[in-house]
Design a protein around this ligand. Structure first.
Ligand SMILES: Cc1cc2nc3c(=O)[nH]c(=O)nc-3n(C[C@H](O)[C@H](O)[C@H](O)COP(=O)(O)OP(=O)(O)OC[C@H]3O[C@@H](n4cnc5c(N)ncnc54)[C@H](O)[C@@H]3O)c2cc1C
Length: 496
């Protein structure tokens, strides 16, 4: 078969523009035309300001340097995510899920050793924030960038202004030859075989294509509304269905932080994302446990005077995924395909990986459709992998202050895989073998699972004294030395 001649993407949010860039970049030489249609009347979600390290690969694939996109998007470096208030275990009231790399090899291994000692009831320090370089860089508000070519770097991600990233990606896509149509899709027509034939625009135009990409956001205009693809909610696993976002200012002259902070509140958790021009903040919560008004009051109290007079945006979240992301001649990407609440900031990663898998599936099959089923299975597995890791945060919480936290901890609607991982960890069994048994399906690697389980203080009580090769304070002192040689402040890097 031949490649699609014309791809129509419906939706100009981050998903639409990331997809347009990747498809056009990959297939322009094959003569594939790409049109993106976005409505001037229906806004984008306007949040989504943290990434995983995968976004580095996205920009690298497109050949876009940090110095070109970061200043345009008020972007900052992200060393990881700090989680205060999720655990009440002494010494573990706050921990960090760091990005890691070659410099972590020695201290990281000592962290794994200490975590295993402690898991088996021996006294050992095992808070990941004492053992990983990225956590120390964040503590010192340093960027994860080497000052000189002094050896291998550590991995990192970004924070950015979602609106500005959309604008940047739009300009780049149009430069690659993507046709941009501003109009609202009013109707979708189908062929007899169920394929989408065309989208009909409110302005009167009709756009035909041989492949349609649904990037229309939570409503899923093509995949759900037109094709009727069923939605598989994660409501049993993840209770949160609402969010409120409130921006605040950076203090004058403040060194910009290099981590996301995700603080547990009474009925969910609040994010704080540092950009060069402001903080993005928000509260993700469950409408079963708290009203929108009460949640906004709680968020404002958490943010303090910085939030006074600042506008709040209230958002509803459809959490789960469609059964088939690729159906007929339509593939759904972004919120239209599904969403896992933003605790680990994974949505853009899933967008990127879905598009990459789609490209691979089409190319592997010589642009046929035989790989459709395999593609859907793979994308579903990615979603379920991320879901399990996010669900584990709620399972492991030790808060007793509200029904919300108690219900999350008691929730038995978790996958067999997650139940198995927790049982092996708690039972002192071979956790390494259990991780290996699930392999890449877990989506998160060994250090992330250890950081989460140890970081939450998931250890037995009543510890026996035991010698440990390295204590937390000793590790922290070594990290302090490594950090000074390693990072530099964002303001110094960008000359701001
Ligand atoms: C509270 C919250 C926090 C989040 N935090 C993160 C995070 O930290 N990191 C992360 O990676 N992700 C995060 N996300 C997810 C992230 O925001 C989205 O995945 C990302 O922005 C992609 O959204 P989208 O493009 O799929 O949808 P949208 O941004 O909703 O875009 C939809 C587009 O479709 C168009 N459209 C809709 N209907 C029509 C029509 N009839 N005709 C024409 N056009 C139409 C709209 O005009 C718009 O352009 C978060 C999401 C929420 C809700």
């Amino acid at each position: 078969m031949t490649p699609p001649k014309h791809i129509a993407i419906v939706g100009g949010g981050t998903a639409g523009w990331m997809t347009a860039n990747l498809l056009r970049h990959r297939w322009a030489a094959l003569g594939v035309a790409v049109t993106l249609i976005e409505s001037a009347d229906i806004g984008t979600i306007g949040v989504g300001e943290g990434s995983t390290p995968f976004l580095r690969h996205f920009f690298r694939t497109l050949g876009i340097a940090e110095r070109s996109w970061m200043p345009a998007c008020d972007a900052t470096y992200k060393c990881g995510i700090r989680f205060p208030g999720w655990s009440t275990v002494p010494g573990y009231e706050s921990y960090v899920h760091p990005f890691f790399g070659e410099p972590d090899r020695e201290l990281g291994n000592l962290f794994f050793t200490n975590a295993c000692l402690r898991r088996r009831g021996q006294a050992a320090d095992a808070n990941p924030q004492d053992f990983f370089l990225a956590a120390e860089l964040a503590r010192q508000r340093r960027a994860p960038i080497l000052q000189a070519d002094a050896g291998p770097g550590t991995d990192y991600a970004y924070h950015f202004d979602a609106g500005k990233l959309g604008t940047f990606l739009r300009t780049h896509a149009v430069g690659l030859g993507v046709r941009h149509v501003v109009d609202t899709v009013a109707r979708v027509s189908q062929q007899e075989n169920g394929d989408i034939a065309a989208v009909h625009l409110a302005g009167g135009a009709c756009i035909e294509a041989d492949l349609f990409v649904d990037c229309s956001g939570f409503r899923g205009l093509l995949i759900s509304e037109a094709l009727g693809e069923p939605f598989h909610p994660y409501r049993d696993n993840l209770f949160n269905d609402r969010a409120i976002a409130i921006p605040t200012a950076l203090a004058d002259g403040e060194d910009i932080p290099s981590e996301t902070v995700s603080t547990a509140l009474r009925h969910g958790w609040a994010w704080q994302i540092p950009l060069t021009a402001r903080y993005g903040n928000g509260y993700v919560y469950s409408s079963d446990f708290v009203s929108d008004d009460e949640a906004e009051r709680e968020l404002r109290a958490h943010l303090g005077p910085a939030a006074e007079g600042m506008p709040a945006r209230r958002l509803r979240m459809r959490v789960g995924r469609v059964h088939q992301h690729w159906r007929q001649n339509c593939v759904a990407i972004g919120l239209a395909q599904g969403f896992i609440e933003p605790l680990e900031a994974t949505a853009l990663m899933l967008i990127q990986l879905s598009v990459e898998q789609f490209i691979a599936a089409l190319e592997d099959d010589g642009f046929g459709r035989a790989r459709q089923e395999a593609f859907n299975e793979r994308v579903n597995a990615m979603f379920e992998g991320v879901r399990d890791y996010v669900v584990a945060h709620y399972q492991l919480n030790t808060r007793h202050d509200t029904d919300y936290w108690r219900a999350n901890r008691a929730n038995r609607h978790i996958s067999d895989r997650l139940a198995g991982l927790l049982a092996v960890w708690d039972g002192g069994g071979d956790f390494e073998a259990e991780l290996a048994r699930h392999g890449a399906g877990l989506m998160y690697l060994r250090p992330s699972w250890y950081a989460l389980l140890a970081g939450m203080g998931r250890f037995p009580a009543g510890l026996r004294a035991a010698p440990q090769a390295l204590t937390g304070p000793q590790a922290r002192a070594r990290l302090g030395q490594m950090a000074t040689a390693f990072g530099s402040h964002l303001r110094q890097l960008t000359g701001m």
